[in-house]
Ligand binder design. Structure first.
Ligand code: URA
Length: 472
């Protein structure tokens, strides 16, 4: 029979539940993890889900830190995954925190993405000062974090901004600092435009939403909304009204439903450009955020080779092994390429080897990370890095390994590979030779096609060599 654990989205709750499950020897396969956000009374559910009676586990600090960071990674199976890691560790499988282990690699990747998101949010949250208004925070910012980093980012700003009041609104939650205390509430705004529109009614809605009469007691009230703050609310009456509602058995006032029904509000469509502050172009590849792929990749994989080379080979994007190693073409496709280069008489260290897209795009399939072809917008977003490599390496011949590379090199999202196979073309003052991608040799439907694809690659590489010899 399955153990069902009911959870809200919090690391502390997961930890308490996980301790208890470990103490009872419940294997990951017997546990169903459920998130209760948006499903009933969050506060009541938290109380139910938290069993603090189980003994604490003795875990190395590194593991605790990784688990805590990865818990903020926004993915549906996060709690189940964290429990699997914890379980394996408790079973003595300590390589579970090694990046060479598939679970370990995922754990490190998640923690890294969360750290980046925190860093981005520190850097890119833009507070806007609001007209002084009773009950309203002085500064308000809108941000759309990819992962659940709002609480730690809010603590960061609380430390930095002293007794100045502010609020950070996101699509799923709101945090406010009144100069003394941090308050957490549900989503309040629908986009940055709401900051300008926010008036008394919105602040009122907010105070209702962070107030849960089901748990009303004087201490809670004081800790939730310090009286020195709420006594200045536009409608002082709101608090007594909520208090009496609670005394009469009213379960809940507000939270998300109230916010959703805010009168007079129209839906404001938010384009990503408006929702996020304009981000400056990254100065290093490692910091690149020009598309979303960095979030699930371990690292950006730059090109390798001599500072200047006559031939540049351009692949599609790093694969699973390249993503972990930080080097291009070190996996199975790299082995095919290596063999083809040898046969064509090209020494690997004489050429510059890179990819059109520098982050690994993948989707989970069981425990594996399956390659996913980059979209045109991702190819275009990454093109500038390739352009920089072309400018500094100055190759005479560029070999496009497959159609993603060709699209990027020609800066033409409609470019197709087949008409160009075996036919070098001139582009931007250099030769472009087009061949199949080496991974096609591994996955072509039958042996004849695999052999043919391989021959096309070898011939293309030979052509590249003869083109540089021609020019020399
Ligand atoms: N496939 C590519 O296109 N590039 C790599 O680096 C590895 C596999």
């Amino acid at each position: 029979m399955n153990d069902v654990v009911r959870l809200a989205q919090s690391f502390d709750e997961w930890r308490a539940a996980a301790r208890e499950l470990i103490a009872r020897g419940v294997a990951p396969a017997s546990v169903q993890w459920q998130s209760l956000l948006g499903d009933g009374d969050l506060f009541a559910a938290m109380a139910e889900a938290t069993d603090t009676s189980a003994p604490p586990l003795r875990l190395p600090r590194q593991l605790v830190e990784l688990l805590e960071s990865a818990a903020c990674f926004n993915v549906a199976d996060r709690w189940a995954f964290l429990y699997q890691v914890l379980w394996r560790w408790q079973q003595g499988q300590h390589d579970v925190i090694s990046p060479a282990d598939p679970d370990g690699a995922r754990l490190h990747g998640m923690a890294k993405a969360v750290r980046r998101e925190e860093h981005d949010m520190h850097a890119y949250v833009r507070f806007r000062e609001r007209p002084q208004e009773q009950g309203a925070p002085r500064f308000v910012a809108w941000f759309e974090p990819t992962h659940d980093v709002l609480p730690q980012v809010a603590r960061h700003f609380a430390r930095r901004m002293g007794n100045i009041s502010w609020m950070i609104a996101t699509p799923t939650a709101t945090m406010m600092w009144d100069g003394e205390t941090l308050h957490t509430g549900p989503a309040l705004m629908r986009g940055p435009a709401d900051i300008d529109d926010a008036g008394e009614a919105l602040w009122l809605t907010y105070y209702r939403s962070i107030f849960n009469p089901a748990r009303l007691n004087a201490d809670l009230l004081r800790s939730h909304i310090p009286s020195r703050f709420w006594k200045n609310l536009p409608e002082g009456a709101i608090v007594p009204a909520m208090v009496s509602g609670a005394a009469n058995g009213e379960r809940r006032t507000g939270q998300t439903a109230t916010v959703g029904q805010r009168s007079g509000a129209t839906m404001i469509p938010i384009s990503p450009e408006r929702a996020q502050p304009v981000r400056e172009l990254s100065t290093t590849l490692d910091q690149c955020r020009r598309c979303e792929l960095w979030q699930s990749a371990t690292q950006a994989v730059p090109g390798v080779g001599p500072a200047q080379a006559a031939i540049m080979l351009v692949g599609e994007q790093p694969g699973d092994q390249e993503d972990l190693a930080g080097l291009p073409f070190v996996g199975p496709a790299g082995a095919v390429l290596q063999r083809a280069m040898q046969e064509a008489g090209i020494a690997r260290d004489s050429i510059y080897l890179t990819n059109a897209v520098k982050h690994f795009k993948w989707e989970p399939r069981g425990k594996r990370r399956l390659h996913k072809t980059p979209a045109q917008r991702e190819i275009a977003a990454c093109h500038d890095w390739l352009e920089q490599e072309l400018a500094s390496v100055q190759p005479q011949v560029v070999v496009a390994l497959g159609s993603t590379a060709l699209k990027s090199i020609l800066q033409d999202g409609a470019a197709t590979m087949t008409p160009l196979l075996g036919t070098p073309i001139q582009h931007d003052g250099r030769w472009v030779v087009t061949v199949y991608h080496p991974s096609y040799v591994l996955r072509a439907p039958d042996e004849a096609m695999q052999r043919q694809a391989y021959r096309v690659i070898v011939e293309g590489l030979r052509q590249a060599l003869s083109l540089i010899h021609h020019q020399a």
